[in-house]
Each structure stands twice: as structure tokens, then as C-alpha cells.
Design a protein around this ligand. Structure first.
Ligand SMILES: [Zn+2]
Length: 279
């Protein structure tokens, strides 16, 4: 990771903001080269602040920052992409906040991860561009969940049995959240920490894990399969985050949500059996 000089420039997306003192704001931002940083925007809450408009939640800005003892100080902020649609529609506000908290939970201060930066920018651009209540929004969030798990080192093993390494057959296999993967029926018989996972659900999880977003954007997943995927990913994220003992507030919120953290999508074309790529 590049050493930050006394005055440095960086791109940044605001993941979290909190008020500080009378007029200041502390921002948690993700950057491409310095990982996650906590910065102070002095005077950002004054109505005359020129910086404030360029430091919106989930906005992508170019910053000039001065190194300081506690929080580095934002001396200049210019908006690169405002993603204004993310703040104009209730569903999108919920989905974008979820995205910000997810990325916040899986990143470390001063730990460069360019791939997570690229994933966040892509996700914000795509979510921003989707029609309100698009059926693609939940797919995007599930795809981001699985990509982020992989980039942060928590990729679930979905192809070979965790017990015997055999390639999994398209039958009902068994998922272990704590082991982060699947056991074949033979190996699962001796375990207590497993639950059945239907072949169709596993197929969809694998699809999200291995494909690029443009491939996934137009697919139709049957609602009850999507609900299972939603539930499993929700509980897997909980298990992983509990192990990391991080982001206590986010964890608390997840624990008190029902199994559907992502606002359900309405409308769209009728769902096809399992998963089909649209023409
Ligand atoms: Zn096995």
C-alpha cells in the first residue's frame, strides 16, 4: 500500500458519516489505494460549506487530504459521480445503505483492496441505473454478497464436498454455515451442524459466485428459490461477521431483521423454472 504523504489525493466513497463538534463531520470512506479511512470534514455542516455537497452518503468524490494526528483532514472535495438516484427512491435508499454497511463490515482501515473498491463502484453504478423496484436489484445484492465474501477471504465452498473432496452431485446436499460449505449426503450423515440444501438453490448460489454481473442481470429466479438463497446468504453473513466480531451495530441490525434483509422486488417478467438467462 502506498504511504500517505503529508498532502495526498484520493478517490473515495462515503460509507458512513457522523456529526462531530458543532459543525464538523467524521466520514468513513473507502478508497482504491488506502482501503478504508476515517476523515474529518471541518465545517461540513455549515450551510456555507462548499465541500458538503460533494460528500454525500455513497457519493464518489475526489479528495485532497492533509495528514493529521487523529483524523486526516479533507481540504478539498470534488464530486466524481453523485449516484443521486440512490438517495431519491425509498427502495434504493435501503439497498444502497445495505451495500454501504456490507462493504464497511468487510473492509479494514488502511488495508488496500482495489478489487473491493471496483466491486463497490460497479454496484453503485448499476443500482443507481436500475429502474425503481427492478427485479434485478435483489440479484445485484446477492451477487455483491458472494463476490465480497470471496474478496474478503470467506468464499463458501460450493462445488466439492468439504468432507471427501468429491464433486457434489445435483441432489439434495448438506450445508454447514460454520464450516462455510457443502457436505455430500454420505459425509453429512455423521454431522450435526448441517442442513439440507436443494440442488436448485445450490445451482443459483454457484451461478452468483462464478458469473459476472452482466450475465446475471437479466436472469429470472423462481421466488421461493430466491427466498432460500436470501435466507442462506443472510445467515452465512451473520456467521462470518460473528466470527470476525466486527461491525457490532450492523450485526445487531442483521440479528433483529427477519430473514429478508433485502427489500423484495415486485413486477418483472413471470419467473421461469430455476434459472434462465434472458435472450
Ligand atoms: Zn463427502
Amino acid at each position: 500500500m502506498p504511504e500517505r504523504s503529508r498532502l495526498y489525493r484520493t478517490h473515495a466513497v462515503v460509507l458512513r458519516r457522523r456529526d462531530f463538534g458543532d459543525a464538523d463531520r467524521i466520514l468513513t470512506v473507502l478508497t482504491p489505494n488506502y482501503g478504508k479511512l476515517e476523515l474529518i470534514a471541518k465545517g461540513a455542516r455549515k450551510t456555507t460549506s462548499r465541500k458538503a455537497g460533494h460528500l454525500e452518503m455513497l457519493g464518489h468524490s475526489s479528495l485532497l487530504v492533509a495528514k493529521a494526528r487523529t483524523w486526516d483532514i479533507i481540504t478539498e472535495a470534488v464530486s466524481v459521480e453523485s449516484f443521486s438516484a440512490l438517495r431519491s427512491d425509498l427502495d434504493k435508499i435501503g439497498q444502497a445503505s445495505y451495500l454501504a454497511e456490507l462493504v464497511d463490515s468487510f473492509t479494514e482501515t488502511d488495508d488496500e483492496n482495489l478489487a473491493i473498491w471496483d466491486l463497490l463502484i460497479l454496484a453503485l453504478q448499476e443500482l443507481n441505473a436500475l429502474e425503481p423496484r427492478s427485479s434485478s436489484a435483489p440479484l445485484l445484492l446477492h451477487w455483491v454478497q458472494l463476490q465480497l465474501l470471496a474478496l474478503a477471504g470467506f468464499q463458501p465452498q460450493l462445488f466439492e464436498c468439504l468432507g471427501c473432496d468429491a464433486e457434489l452431485e445435483p441432489v439434495t446436499n448438506f450445508l454447514s454455515l460454520s464450516e462455510g460449505g457443502i457436505f455430500c449426503p454420505g459425509c453429512a450423515a455423521a454431522r450435526r451442524d448441517v442442513e439440507p440444501i436443494e440442488a436448485d438453490v445450490l445451482k443459483v448460489l454457484r451461478f452468483f459466485q462464478t458469473r459476472t454481473w452482466p450475465t446475471i442481470r437479466g436472469v429470472q429466479v423462481r421466488p421461493h428459490i430466491l427466498q432460500r438463497v436470501d435466507n442462506l446468504l443472510h445467515r452465512y453473513l451473520l456467521t462470518v461477521l460473528e466470527r470476525r466480531l466486527k461491525s457490532v451495530e450492523f450485526l445487531h441490525r442483521l440479528q433483529h431483521m427477519d430473514a429478508h434483509p433485502i427489500p423484495a422486488a415486485g413486477g418483472g417478467a413471470p419467473a421461469l423454472p430455476t434459472i434462465e438467462e434472458s435472450a
